[in-house]
Design a protein around this ligand. Structure first.
Ligand code: SAM
Length: 296
């Protein structure tokens, strides 16, 4: 089974096309100066993907929320070192870590109860970054099953469904927060999808069993948007194993997640550090900041 991983780390917005072919392109915010472009898109396209947004006309300065040729400041390494030292000087005590890792699904449930269902913005960039999704929703694309795992309230699934012209598209959406899944199930698009089908269920990606409606080798595309970062690093192996099991031979995994030394990471104060590069937010949800090559 071959899985192509497309990934982007967020905020710092690096674009990687294929984890299998990443070679020495092991970018991190520190190594950002040399990063150039997306390899799946024409960088002159009207809407360039992350990693290909170069300001050529000053008048366009406000047309993107970031420009990709801006290098980090010269003292970036010092800024990172200072922030990490501050965080490491006041980590979460060992006996308290247990409670933060005990019921992560409950913490996400509480998060969704406290926040509006549109807290996470609609992922409009999905089809710009992942051409596989453009193809999947075409009228004559044929039978395609997409599984979005960690779908939250559907900020990726619903834009896909709204754009879908493929009557043979099956969209399966999973999250371990039952509250989030209820929100998905009450969405109008869920109740009467114009084209294709959608089914949302509660499932924990890190559990040893697959969802009953998802046999092994049944999925063409797995979508993971800011999800693996919510898992404890010790849960990654099972999660990746599950993804591997549900994929068809040649299936692809499309994921985007937080990038190492993102400003969001550096701004964490003391009392938030669970493990290296892994933090607990104020709302008790967890977040890991990735570099390429560290997933099992
Ligand atoms: C940061 S939110 C992202 C939600 C959505 N993908 C989006 O982009 O808006 C992370 C989501 O992953 C879900 N999640 C975290 N760990 C999970 C797990 N082990 N199994 C299933 N869902 C998980 C959380 O409940 C939450 O909805």
């Amino acid at each position: 089974m071959r899985s192509k991983f497309s990934s982007i780390s967020t905020n710092t917005e690096f674009m990687y096309q294929d984890m299998e072919s990443r070679g020495s392109d092991h970018s991190s915010p520190v190594g950002r100066k040399s990063r150039i472009a997306s390899s799946v898109h024409d960088v002159t396209d009207e809407k360039p993907p992350f990693g290909a947004r170069f300001l050529t006309d000053e008048a366009d300065v406000w047309s993107q929320n970031a420009w990709d040729h801006v290098p980090p400041p010269d003292d970036q390494d010092d800024i990172i070192a200072t922030a990490l030292a501050r965080q490491k000087s006041a980590p979460i005590p060992e006996d308290e870590k247990i409670k933060y890792n005990e019921k992560p699904a409950k913490n996400w449930d509480n998060f969704y109860k406290m926040n509006a269902s549109n807290f996470f913005k609609t992922r409009k960039w999905l089809q710009i970054e992942f051409p596989e999704l453009v193809h999947a929703v075409e009228i004559d694309a044929g039978e395609i099953t997409i599984a979005e795992i960690g779908c939250g309230t559907g900020s990726a699934s619903f834009p896909l469904l709204a754009a879908n012209k493929n009557p043979n598209l099956t969209l399966k959406a999973y999250d371990y927060s039952s509250h989030a899944i209820k929100e998905v199930q009450h969405n109008e698009l869920y109740l009467s999808p114009p084209v294709g089908t959608i089914q949302a269920s509660v499932w924990d990606l890190s559990s040893p069993t697959l969802p009953p409606d998802l046999p092994e080798g049944s999925v063409d595309i797995v979508v993971l948007i800011f999800v693996l970062s919510a898992l404890h690093p010790r849960e990654w192996r099972q999660a990746v194993h599950n993804i591997h099991r549900i994929l068809k031979p040649g299936g692809v995994v499309l994921f985007r997640d937080y990038g190492r030394y993102d400003l969001t990471q550096l701004r964490f104060k003391g009392g938030r550090l669970l493990e290296d590069n892994f933090y607990i937010r104020g709302d008790k949800t967890r977040v890991y900041f990735f570099e390429l090559g560290i997933l099992p």
